[in-house]
Design a protein around this ligand. Structure first.
Ligand SMILES: [Zn+2]
Length: 433
């Protein structure tokens, strides 16, 4: 073996890739030129592949709550998404770095994501938590509110100052700090630091925010390139830019175009490896907004939709060109006893489950439904047993992961519209009955 073969492979953007395998030919969202937006593909990372579309289970603090990593893999989870803000505060991104990175620390051998922390810095820091609510009931008052509301997490041109939700300590995140934290955490896919806006922010503020997010994106690209060149002992990390712009077509399109063509100011070879679609999106506008963004983004780079897991939203988003999703809702709701099923939501704690000696969802192939009855799950919840969370989380995560896997299969075999109509039709029928 020669000396060069002994040397460590230097991390390179070519260690990350995305191949489109099939395009969605259907009646759904298509670009004005008739180009179909939906696709099935494969994301390649240094820790393995992700077949898309895919739902990525969330492990905020480097654990998918109540599940062993083996269980996450068994239920079909292809990757795990952790949160840079939470891990920065606890245990500290330096600890995760010393442990060998996120995957090693949590014993998850597959691909990992971290989100930038921008959402949590600004939403947990500001005190009005429902900022990404998909409702605009107060939108009419938005202009007034946005001008009078004091932001407790202070955003300035350089970054964001915020208080820890754990102990009140003051911290500061800048684009550079976010990149340093995410490089220490070492996930395969990381996100640029963006400013969170809400449906309650004024149009004027949204414009300023999109412009600032782009200036921050350049700083992220430069710091990412610098860290990649000095941390040669670690695999390449792919950096995704995040498209904001709320409900405004011109802002969303220009934000997407801007990020797609963006290069670092100093590291001029560095561009984004993929894109996140973030920010305030009203449910009924979801498909339209995602389609605007997809039309502007390069086809050969993956697109991640942040924080979405409702079946109808995921069908709409996949048709409009989304490749991966993450959301805390399936596991959070499971721990509260709200179970997903082919017939809609079921409350595991409701009295009707007490003598239901059959699986929670007879059509589900998960470990929980294959081995336990709804009556047993009801009992575990009523008795406050820890196993309730584990069994419920396995089911909900499997339901969502499998649903998106079936979307992938349906894109490949040309039955996407049938799957969508059948799945959503059943959910709607049960909801009415
Ligand atoms: Zn199940």
């Amino acid at each position: 073996m020669s000396d060069t073969q002994h040397q460590q492979h230097s991390p390179s953007p070519t260690d990350f890739g995305f191949e489109i395998e099939h395009r969605l030919v259907h009646d759904g969202a298509e670009a004005p030129d008739g180009r179909p937006l939906g696709r099935a593909g494969v994301i390649s990372t240094p820790h393995g592949e992700i077949r898309t579309p895919a739902f990525i289970p969330v492990g905020t603090k480097a654990t998918v709550k109540s599940l062993l990593p083996e269980t996450v893999a068994e239920l079909g989870g292809q990757a795990v998404l952790a949160n840079a803000y939470h891990l920065f505060l606890q245990p500290g991104s330096d600890i995760v770095d010393e442990a060998g990175g996120l995957g090693k620390f949590m014993n998850w051998p597959g691909p990992t994501f971290t989100d930038s922390g921008g959402f949590q810095v600004m939403s947990l820091g500001v005190g009005f938590k429902k900022v990404i609510s998909m409702s605009a009931e107060a939108n009419a008052e938005a202009e007034v509110i946005a001008k009078t509301k004091e932001r407790l997490a202070h955003v300035d041109e350089d970054g964001v100052t915020f208080k820890s939700f754990i102990n009140g300590d003051r911290h500061r995140f800048t684009p550079e700090v976010s990149m340093q934290v995410q490089h220490q955490l070492g996930a395969d896919i990381i996100f640029a630091f963006d400013e969170l806006t809400t449906l309650f922010d004024s149009r004027e503020y949204q414009e300023q925010s999109v412009a600032r997010t782009e200036r921050w994106a350049v700083r992220c690209l430069d710091e990412h390139a610098r860290l990649t060149s000095v941390r040669t002992h670690r695999p390449y990390q792919a950096l995704f830019g995040v498209v904001q712009g709320a409900q405004y077509e011109d802002l969303r399109r220009s934000a997407a175009r801007g990020l797609a063509g963006l290069r670092g100011a100093e590291a001029t070879e560095q561009s984004f490896d993929g894109f996140g679609i973030g920010g305030a999106i009203e449910k009924r506008e979801l498909g339209t907004i995602v389609a605007w963004v997809s039309e502007e983004l390069p086809e050969d780079k993956p697109r991640h939709l942040l924080g979405i897991s409702e079946p109808e939203d995921m069908f709409v988003a996949v048709a409009a060109g989304v490749d991966t999703f993450d959301c805390v809702a399936p596991s959070r709701q499971a721990r509260g006893g709200t179970m997903y099923s082919s017939g809609g939501r079921v409350n595991a704690k409701s009295a009707g489950q007490r003598r239901k000696f059959e699986p929670l969802d007879p059509e589900c192939d998960c470990y929980t439904c294959q081995n336990f009855t709804a009556a047993y799950l009801h009992h575990l919840f009523k008795a406050n047993e820890m196993l309730a969370s584990t069994l419920a989380t396995i089911h909900n995560e499997r339901y969502i992961v499998r649903l998106v896997d079936r979307m992938r299969e349906s894109i490949i075999d040309g039955t996407f519209a049938e799957l969508r109509d059948e799945t959503l039709g059943r959910l709607a029928r049960r909801a009415r009955s």
